[in-house]
Write a new protein. Structure first.
Length: 235
């Protein structure tokens, strides 16, 4: 809410909309209700789309708001089995090691490996529209254009802080900044209800982030993403 009030005070110059084309061989936008096997949503989630923009430009004074996701290729599926690590490093062990200055925090993959099946998307391509909002309280002396030019320069050159990915880090995404939408191909013509989809995590309480969901609808190949503070987004 604080950032929204700030945007209203400073007017339209604080926000600019960008469009990225994202594509890859595989994608998995995991449904949180699937506890063991990974099963993807039918389309990219807003949180996954936001992460792709942040992979190109993340700064405390920059905040991304995804507005629309266009699906450019038919939704296709593939079953895969992957090797995964069965456990995570204990936070208690980390804290104990920090206190004494040493400790064994490694995970031995050969001893902790397991195979899991997954239902993933294949041969995907999306066109994602997002607003870049400038938060002056995090950079009082800066001009918003500084961040806009920074993102445009990086996106045009294919530069990024870390490689954007499609849900899982091993599913790398190729990206391209879209400047002229009139010359771009149309989204698929499919229209249907996608059910409740993960929107993003609410970090109002940093120690206990909570998932938020929205009713996703695919209309002529486009998923419209509601405002975070709207009644369409719920826990």
């Amino acid at each position: 809410m604080e950032s929204r009030e700030f945007y209203l005070d400073f007017g339209e110059c604080m926000k600019k909309t960008y469009c990225l084309e994202l594509s890859g061989h595989y994608a998995c936008f995991t449904r949180p209700e699937m506890k063991v096997e990974r099963v993807s949503y039918d389309v990219m989630t807003p949180s996954a789309a936001r992460a792709c923009f942040e992979a190109i430009l993340w700064k405390p004074a920059a905040r991304w708001h995804v507005r629309r996701i266009e699906i450019l290729k038919p939704i296709r599926w593939i079953n895969l089995r992957r090797n995964e690590v069965a456990s995570v490093i204990s936070t208690r062990n980390v804290e104990a090691s920090m206190k004494v200055g040493k400790g064994d925090l490694g995970i031995y993959i050969e001893d902790d490996r397991q195979q899991r099946a997954g239902l993933f998307l294949r041969d995907v391509a999306y066109r994602v529209h997002a607003d870049l909002e400038f938060l002056r309280q995090h950079d009082p002396t800066a001009n918003p254009m500084k961040y806009q030019e920074m993102f445009e320069r990086r996106a045009r050159k294919g530069q990024c802080v870390n490689q954007p990915y499609l849900g899982c880090r091993e599913f790398a995404a190729a990206f391209r900044l879209v400047n002229n939408l009139e010359s771009e191909p149309m989204a698929i013509s499919e229209t249907r209800d996608l059910g409740f989809m993960l929107y993003d995590l609410d970090f109002s309480n940093p120690t206990d982030p909570q998932p938020r969901f929205f009713q996703a609808r695919l209309k002529n190949g486009v998923v419209a993403v509601p405002e975070w503070g709207s009644g369409e987004v719920r826990g």
